[in-house]
Design a protein around this ligand. Structure first.
Ligand code: C2E
Ligand code: MG
Ligand code: MG
Ligand code: MG
Length: 277
């Protein structure tokens, strides 16, 4: 009896695995098509200072598939990374973001601050990453000093020596570097001292704590680390007044979240920019 139940459970597990694998394959193929059929888009979410000035905006990938519906980047980015599609996808994101930025400036829209672009560790790990990026920015005809790259801890600590070299070259081009999702990776603080970065983005999970609990020692300490190191500290996922008020008290001066603005389509973002004139 027990043996039979065990076998059944094994069968159920096997079926789940197969479904999961099939699902990944479906997404992988559909994503490849979407990339070539121009079915992807970028949304833009403003990052604002405490007095409402624009610090910048983050480009966020969106995909609506005719059959699968809306698929979250949190789901499809890992699949793109596994299949190698991330390189073509990352190039598309960069080209698209640069073209939009150039358009906004040409139209005289008051885009201020930095355009922040997420970079996958797989892109960053390529030996010619910096040269490739530099040539794309040159072709896009945009001032590199307007660009910020968002990288996660996990991605940049694989080969710290290589990361430091690349960061130095990026910064010599005027590009800023943001550590994304700070606090969620498995890493030691020691590397912070050695890595030339400009911006610390505190992950939403820690911003949530400011709403859910009166005591949030980790969030407070992370903000203090950023401030003491003279970095810009950006709070991710600010949804409530209480969070914004507490953040301001703690000296965190840049906010990104639904409380201020959601990620917007190009059309909506242009309206948003125009309304600030
Ligand atoms: P991320 O880089 O940490 O981006 C911030 C995420 O928080 C975005 O989710 C954004 O929509 C969401 N967010 C911002 N404010 C709020 C808020 O107030 N409340 C809530 N609940 N969420 C908020 P999104 O757009 O779903 O992207 C998820 C992740 O997918 C990103 O996390 C990033 O890691 C990845 N991603 C998105 N676009 C790209 C891309 O172009 N390239 C790469 N490599 N990864 C990307
Ligand atoms: Mg990001
Ligand atoms: Mg983030
Ligand atoms: Mg995050």
């Amino acid at each position: 009896q027990a043996k039979k139940a065990g076998r059944n459970r094994h069968v159920v597990y096997q079926v789940e695995l197969e479904n999961e694998a099939k699902n990944r394959l479906v997404i992988q193929n559909a994503l490849k098509k979407a990339l070539h059929a121009d079915q992807l888009s970028l949304y833009y979410q403003p990052q604002l200072t405490a007095d409402g000035q624009m610090f910048g905006a983050e480009a966020l990938l969106r995909w609506h598939d005719p059959e699968l519906g809306f698929v979250s980047p949190a789901e499809f980015i890992p699949i793109a990374e596994e299949s190698g599609l991330i390189h073509a996808l990352g190039d598309w994101v960069l080209q698209e973001a640069l073209a939009q930025l150039k358009g906004w400036l040409a139209k005289g829209l008051p885009f201020a601050g930095h355009l922040s672009i997420n970079v996958s560790p797989w892109q960053f790990a390529l030996p010619n990453f910096v040269e490739h990026l530099e040539s794309m920015i040159r072709i896009g005809d945009v001032d590199p000093a307007i660009i910020t790259l968002e990288l996660t801890e996990t991605g940049i600590l694989v080969d710290v020596e290589d990361t430091i070299k690349k960061f130095k070259r990026l910064r010599s081009l005027g590009i800023q570097i943001a550590m994304d999702d700070f606090g969620t990776g498995y890493s030691s603080l020691a590397y912070l001292r050695d890595l030339p970065i400009d911006i610390l983005k505190i992950d939403k999970a820690f911003i949530d704590e400011l709403q859910n609990s009166d005591s949030s020692p980790l969030t407070e300490s992370m903000i203090a680390i950023g401030r003491n190191m003279d970095l810009h500290v950006v709070a991710e996922g600010v949804e409530y007044d209480r969070q914004a008020i507490r953040l301001k008290k703690l000296g965190c001066t840049i906010y990104q979240g639904y409380l201020f603005a959601k990620p917007m389509s190009v059309y909506d973002f242009e309206q948003w920019l125009a309304a600030r004139r």
